[in-house]
Every structure is written in structure tokens, then in C-alpha cells.
Design a protein around this ligand. Structure first.
Ligand code: CP3
Length: 355
């Protein structure tokens, strides 16, 4: 395996000095890139793209050919685990993900097994191995999973949701059933992420997209507790290097201290929190990732640059910041605007790292 040429992203996650602030974008491979749409058309549908290691590798590398990004992220989806549990994932055009067999009762939860990462999920590990080989040490590869709570919302709702009534009904009427499901998901996520590290992932991120719809008490009991259990069970070193872990709860700004106390290396921020406040609250306990509003990429390159400057100034001098969007890039953003964003981060951040 070739040695890593650019470790800026890994160093920032460990709060070690860097020359500039590293940057990558959530959902950096995707439909805003015409080359992604072409490869997806070649694969047929989205899951066929995920199951084809060569094509998954191709779309992972596409944004890196356009932009000087400081990390690559595995091209896959968080819903691979529920699919491997037998729920039958499919995508309805324009409707997002759906399950043929959602989880509706205690008996459904009892039937669920822990997927074998090199069995039903072997296609993900093959993608990781292929991407690591093709990256040739240019930048580190991020592996990822959904949080147990976020995966459970899709499994119980049967797809995307706005009000989360089915899973909240389970949470309040049958909490032991939901806890059994979350336990199985935590074990599955732990073995899935450890297998990604064994296959070559150099950093890990857990997406808790829907933790922010919970009350503070329920967030601890039904989401954070399970992410903390996963963090405890993860392989934290590979090839003699630390494998940093980032936790991202969308709309989780009010729980930063609790998230930082799980033992993770970094906390991902959405745009609803001021990064200067976030840094004051977590001190030097963890690194921070974020947090420009993805919709800012609709603005002019000049306006984007101003926003980048303001976020860099908010974080201030010194290491521990990975620049990112506060959530995934929108599918109708001009690729040139993403390029201007990345270039601004690199250029304007140098003065925050001098000396
Ligand atoms: O480049 C990358 O960031 C890596 C790939 C990646 C995808 N999904 C590809 C994808 C990652 C990290 C994810 C994570 C994911 N998937 C999350 C957590 C992050 C977040 O956005 O909050 C969630 C909640 C999902 C579930 C999911 N998958 C949804 C809701 C959708 C449909 C939404 C949409 O944009 O259509 C997907 C499909 C999906 N996953 C696409 C991509 C590129 C679009 C599929 C297509 O090509 O049509």
C-alpha cells in the first residue's frame, strides 16, 4: 500500500498542526456532478452502483478529480445494513428510499440478525478495498454508517419521514422493542465499521441525521447511548495510525458537550450553530467539522468566500477544524461553486495556521 501523501484531514481530526484547514463535502459524490449521473445510468440504479466495486470506486474518485479535496468518502449508503437485515431496500424515483418489509412489531425485531460484513455486506468491503487501491495514497478514505436511531427511523417508518409518528409510537408505547432493535443495530454498525477499517478505511463517520427530532432525554436514551457504545467497540488504530471517529447529529447543537464526551475524536456541526460558540463549549476535547449552510453554494463565489472567511474566523487560530458543509450538497448546485468553496477554504485558512 502506498504511503499517505496528504494527511491534513487526519491530523486536523487529531487536533495536530496543519498548514491549512482541510475540506471535504458531505455527499461530494452525487447528482450535482454530470459524470456521476453518467456512471449511475451505466450501473442502472443506485443500489447496483453501490454493489459494483469498480463503479462505486469510479464515483468516489470523480469529485477528487475535479477538486483538491482533502478526503475521499466511500460511495455507499447508510441503508445497506437494514437491506442486509432483509428489509428489501428500493428507491422510488423522486421519493427517496423505501423498504418492502418495514419493522412493525416485536416479532419483526426478534427475527432480525446481525449481518456479516464480509457476507451480505461483502460488496461494501470490496468497494472499500478497490477505492483504497485506486486512491494510491493521495488522501485518506472515510468509511461510514448511520447511527442506530437514524437507521431505525427508516426501518420502522418504511422510508423517509417528516413526523416520525411510527417510530415515536414504538418509542413511547413499546420502548423495550425499540431498545432491542437499537441494540441489534449498534452491534451491526460496530462490526460493519470495524470491517471497513480492516478493508482500508482510515477514518470513520457516523451519520445521526434524525437524532435532532428527539427530546433531550430521549436523545440520550435512544440515540447517543448507542453511538457511545459503538465508539467503545471500534478499532481505533490501523497500520500504526489512529483511525479517528466523527459523530454528526443533525440539529444536535444543544447536545455538543454530551456528544464530545462519548470518546469520539470529532463532532460534526450543521449550520444552525455558531462554530465559535461550539468551540468555546467543547474546548480542546474534540475537533469540529463543519459548518457552512449547503444552500450558500447557490450564492456567488464572492458571497461563498465571505461565508468561508466568517466560519474560519469563528473557529479561529490553531488546529482542530475540518471544513465541511453542515449537511449534504444539494443536487442542483453548480460544480464551479463547490470548486470556489474548496479553493476559498484552502487559500483563506493558511493565515490561521501560521507559526
Ligand atoms: O459522497 C458521499 O457523501 C458518499 C455517499 C453517501 C450517500 N448516502 C450516497 C447517496 C453517503 C455518506 C450517504 C449517507 C446517507 N444516506 C444518509 C446520511 C447523511 C445525510 O444526508 O443525512 C442518509 C440519511 C441516507 C439515506 C438516503 N440515501 C436518502 C434519504 C437518499 C435519497 C435522497 C436523495 O438525495 O435522493 C439516499 C440515496 C442516495 N445516497 C443518493 C446518493 C448519491 C442519491 C441516489 C441517486 O443517485 O439517485
Amino acid at each position: 500500500m502506498k504511503p499517505l501523501k496528504n494527511d491534513t484531514y487526519l491530523r486536523a481530526l487529531m487536533r495536530q498542526p496543519t498548514d491549512y484547514t482541510p475540506v471535504w463535502m458531505m455527499r461530494q459524490a452525487g447528482r450535482y456532478l454530470p459524470e456521476y449521473k453518467a456512471t449511475r445510468a451505466q450501473a442502472g440504479d443506485f443500489m447496483s452502483l453501490c454493489r459494483n466495486a469498480e463503479l462505486a470506486c469510479e464515483v468516489t474518485l470523480q469529485p477528487l478529480r475535479r477538486f483538491p479535496l482533502d478526503a475521499a468518502i466511500l460511495f455507499s449508503d447508510i441503508l445497506t445494513i437494514p437491506d442486509a437485515m432483509g428489509l428489501g431496500l428500493y428507491f422510488e424515483t423522486g421519493e427517496g428510499p423505501r423498504f418492502e418489509r418495514p419493522v412493525t412489531c416485536a416479532a419483526d425485531v426478534q427475527r432480525i440478525g446481525i449481518p456479516d460484513p464480509e457476507g451480505e455486506l461483502g460488496y461494501v468491503m470490496n468497494a472499500v478495498r478497490t477505492i483504497r487501491r485506486e486512491l494510491q495514497g493521495e488522501v485518506p478514505l472515510i468509511g461510514f454508517s448511520g447511527s442506530p436511531w437514524t437507521l431505525a427511523t427508516y426501518m420502522v417508518e418504511g422510508g423517509s419521514s417528516k413526523a416520525f409518528t411510527k417510530i415515536k409510537k414504538m418509542m413511547y408505547a413499546e420502548p423495550q422493542t425499540l431498545h432491542l432493535l437499537l441494540d441489534k443495530l449498534a452491534d451491526s454498525v460496530t462490526s460493519y465499521l470495524n470491517a471497513q477499517v480492516a478493508a482500508g478505511a482510515q477514518s470513520l463517520m457516523i451519520f445521526d441525521t434524525w437524532g435532532g427530532v428527539l427530546t433531550p432525554r430521549d436523545y440520550n436514551e435512544f440515540s447517543l447511548q448507542y453511538m457511545a457504545k459503538i465508539v467503545d467497540g471500534l478499532t481505533r488504530e490501523s497500520d500504526g495510525r489512529r483511525v479517528p471517529v466523527t459523530l454528526f447529529t443533525k440539529n444536535g447543537g444543544q447536545w455538543l458537550e454530551a456528544i464530545a464526551a462519548t470518546g469520539c475524536d470529532a463532532v460534526g456541526l450543521d449550520w444552525t450553530i455558531n462554530i465559535a460558540d461550539a468551540k468555546r463549549r467543547v474546548g480542546d476535547k474534540v475537533a469540529l467539522q463543519g459548518n457552512m449552510d449547503p444552500s450558500m453554494l447557490y450564492a456567488s463565489p464572492e458571497r461563498i468566500e465571505q461565508e468561508v472567511a466568517s466560519i474560519l474566523e469563528g473557529f479561529g487560530h490553531g488546529p482542530g477544524h475540518v471544513f465541511n458543509l453542515g449537511h449534504g450538497i444539494h443536487l442542483d448546485v453548480e460544480p464551479e461553486h463547490a470548486g470556489a468553496f474548496i479553493e476559498s477554504v484552502h487559500r483563506l485558512s493558511r493565515s490561521y495556521h501560521a507559526g
